[in-house]
Design a protein. Sequence first.
Length: 269
Amino acid sequence: MVPATSFPRLLAIGGAEDKEGERAILREFVRLAGGQDACIVIIPSASETPEVVGELYQHIFQQLGASEVTVLTIAARDDARNEAAMRQVERATGTFFTGGDQLRIMNRLGGTGVDTMLHRRCAEGMVVGGTSAGAAVMSSTMIVEGETRSPRAGAVRTGPGLELLPGVIIDQHFAQRGRIGRLLSVIGLFPHYLGVGIDEDTAIAVEGHRATVIGSGAVTIVDAGCASFNDAVDTGPGGCITLSGVTLHSLPHGRSFDLLERRPIIAAD
């Protein structure tokens, strides 16, 4: 069982969040980071066009009232070992990872001074947000690529993530790209993890060991820890996996889930 104290403050977004209307999810990130006193650092390393994407989020967070918003460009590993970059993260009350390719984030940040500082500041209470790839990378083991309509052995490639959210594997663009088979493929192999599939324009806000859903879609949580049968490790590459007794939860806006106890929190209406 994961200790409750090991869950940092996070906002994991399933991608394609509202950037022009009410912007409820991005507004919540600014609130969590301190509102008018927020000092936000944007890391657009996952993007193929980091300057454009970084500037877009910088403008949005400024419009939403954050007092200080900067873009930390990390194009190579040397950039993530730079003292000035580490100081930026050290000062931040919120750090935000944009979408793109999660492998770019790990390739450029993993094991660097910025990575170490990020974990230190998380332990001190800084909130970390991320959308799409920026959400996927929060897991200890992250989904890298792979699409499958039915759960299949070896169909999904995984790799190490930033290890910010223990005991969870995040998948994004979930309903829109029909990724239930993909998530089941991974959870069948790693049943000690909770599979968390986040729809577009939807997020989970993690505080303590409580994850609360925000946005217009839903969050699908798959728990294979209680499965009565699971032959993922005995099935040959490409073969369909047998999973029986898996628990599935579908939670819309306002609902919460206890990541420690692995159960939904359904308060009496």
